[in-house]
Design a binder for this molecule. Sequence first.
Ligand SMILES: C[S@@+](CC[C@H](N)C(=O)[O-])C[C@H]1O[C@@H](n2cnc3c(N)ncnc32)[C@H](O)[C@@H]1O
Length: 310
Amino acid sequence: MFFPEAFINKMAKMLTEAELEKLKTALDTPLRKSIRVNTLRGTTKEVVESLESYEYVVDKMPWYKYGYFIKTAKKQAIGNTYDHYLGKIYVQEASSMLPVIALDPKEGEYILDMAAAPGSKTTQMCMHMKNTGIIVANEPSIQRISPLQDNLDRSGCINCCITRNDGRKFSHYTGMFDKVLLDAPCSGEGTFQKDIKARYVWSQNKVIENSRLQKQLLDSAIACTKKGGTIIYSTCTLSPEEDEAIIDYALNKYDNISLEKVSFEGLETSQGRTEFDGKEYNKEVKKVIKLWPQKTNIEGFFVCKMKIDE
Ligand SMILES: C[S@@+](CC[C@H](N)C(=O)[O-])C[C@H]1O[C@@H](n2cnc3c(N)ncnc32)[C@H](O)[C@@H]1O
């Protein structure tokens, strides 16, 4: 199967030959399908019973009580079930659920979802907050606003307001939010497993271009989070330039931030790298986590939890 040469060369700088082969095999293996139960619309018990009645085999994720892997011998797409139409389930990658688990949104909080569409994590936060507090769901792309709105409606989310701004603009709202989720636009190397087209549009130039924007978005997130507040920076990519290097940049620039380790029960996570391609990163970067598909059997992902000091 095709992989961009520059991507493989980069991965080879981080992995042994055997691990690199495992990564390629993992990326060429169909991704396990997964759903999140939306407790704003139904209980886990009723959803599991309903999916089993459609002959789905439902397997709970050890690290998340609302997350399930699903299999079916039939060809029926999960998106064609009543549970999906009625908003009782949300079809969401297992990795994509992790940033919200790490952010731990609570009832009554004021949260910014800086890059929100199509709303997987907005709807997940809304569910954790039991539709209380406020989520500002921001998305600059006009084409992506309507899927975001549809997903909020289908999921029964009534604590969200959608804004259409460049995320960098939020730097003007100093210390406003309790928590900020920055699920950053990225080169999507983690999605190579389910989306072959992503491999063809990938380039190292795009990685570098993304990393510039990601730094500016993180600057904005740091500015608009209140003292004692929390930021999650996440990507669905594996390139250190978009992951560890962004956190290293922030640690070197700000003296009022610190990192917190996150872990997920039963999930093998890898700590952040402290060097890449001749560049040394701040040692604190070890606290971030990387999900390698060859180790986890879920999509590649990166999650960093950051606190603004009191
Ligand atoms: C990884 S996707 C977000 C996925 C979403 N959080 C979810 O879980 O459904 C990144 C999003 O960032 C948006 N984006 C691109 N440039 C941006 C910017 N300057 N400010 C904020 N968002 C941006 C993209 O349009 C895209 O929708």
